[in-house]
Design a protein around this ligand. Structure first.
Ligand SMILES: Nc1ncnc2c1ncn2[C@@H]1O[C@H](COP(=O)(O)OP(=O)(O)OP(=O)(O)O)[C@@H](O)[C@H]1O
Ligand SMILES: [Mg+2]
Length: 261
């Protein structure tokens, strides 16, 4: 997959500059449950990978291992050629390099929108406050919530909060952003405003891993779809190929359920 230019859309080509995220033979158990089984996955710089699969198949766990919110039992994970750090300052830096956007937004409730987007810059990246504020305001404008800067998260709609969460991740200049069902908790009318921001990020060349049931997003923004079931990567293909011609019975069954419900 890596080492070749990838077409993201008509006339919109992102040059690949090597592998950014590499998982090799990754295994993870929760007690007796083997949640990740021999996962090999390589994500190139600028690539957008959509991860889909039934509930409990290990999608969230996969994301969480990539920024070490979960440890692994065996195998290896590297980001930009370096193995994941174990702890301390190195780990904080990793978490900044690997942004994460959750279903439940996870903003700091007692900080304003602006403070939410400034905090990591100041604490982890050691950016000067003035510089951090300027960047936060620019990012909030970019995701369309610039006018909400002085409010607290609870005063915003779900769609607005999620866009703040994306701005907060972007503020760290991450190498990759992981999205774990970023629109699943949103009312239907707010889903698109978040997906549009994500589409734009994809077009801008951000490396993204996106767990989602939004097949329209997968079709239009993903370079690759990874289908998981029972802790394994069962199938991976370009979106057109995957949706029109799934090879495994598990994927066929899954697609028939989500596309015709
Ligand atoms: N902290 C934990 N302790 C024990 N078991 C866990 C833990 N987190 C997840 N699991 C189990 O691991 C399996 C994979 O969970 P995971 O959340 O990764 O699945 P998922 O594909 O994200 O599912 P969903 O689509 O419902 O979000 C599930 O059986 C889940 O119950
Ligand atoms: Mg999940």
């Amino acid at each position: 997959m890596s080492g070749v230019a990838k077409t993201k859309g008509p006339g919109d080509t992102v040059p690949a500059a090597g592998d950014l995220v590499v998982l090799n033979g990754v295994n993870k158990h929760f007690g007796a449950l083997h949640v990740l089984q021999d996962i090999d996955l390589t994500i190139a710089r600028g690539e957008v990978v959509v991860v889909i699969g039934p509930s409990g198949s290990g999608k969230s766990t996969l994301c969480r291992t990539i920024n070490r919110l979960e440890t692994i039992d065996s195998g290896s994970i590297s980001i930009d050629g370096k193995p994941l750090p174990q702890e301390g300052k190195e780990l904080a830096r990793l978490r900044a390099d690997v942004g994460m956007v959750f279903q439940s937004f996870n903003l700091f409730a007692h900080k304003t929108v602006l403070e939410n987007v400034m905090l990591g810059q100041v604490k982890v990246r050691r950016t000067e406050k003035k510089v951090a504020e300027k960047k936060a305001r620019a990012l909030l404008d970019r995701v369309g919530v610039g006018s909400q800067s002085d409010k607290y998260p609870a005063q915003l709609s779900g769609g607005q909060q999620q866009r703040v969460a994306i701005a907060r991740a972007l503020a760290m200049d991450p190498k990759v952003i992981l999205f774990d069902e970023p629109t699943s908790a949103l009312d239907p009318e707010m889903i698109n405003e978040v997906l549009e921001v994500m589409q734009q990020l994809a077009r801008d060349g951000m490396t993204m891993v996106v767990v989602t049931h939004e097949m329209g997003f997968a079709r239009s923004a993903a370079n690759r779809v990874v289908f998981m079931a029972d802790g394994r990567i069962v199938e991976e293909a370009q979106p057109e190929e995957f949706f029109s011609n799934p090879r495994s019975d598990r994927a066929k069954d899954f697609l028939s359920k989500i596309l015709h419900h």
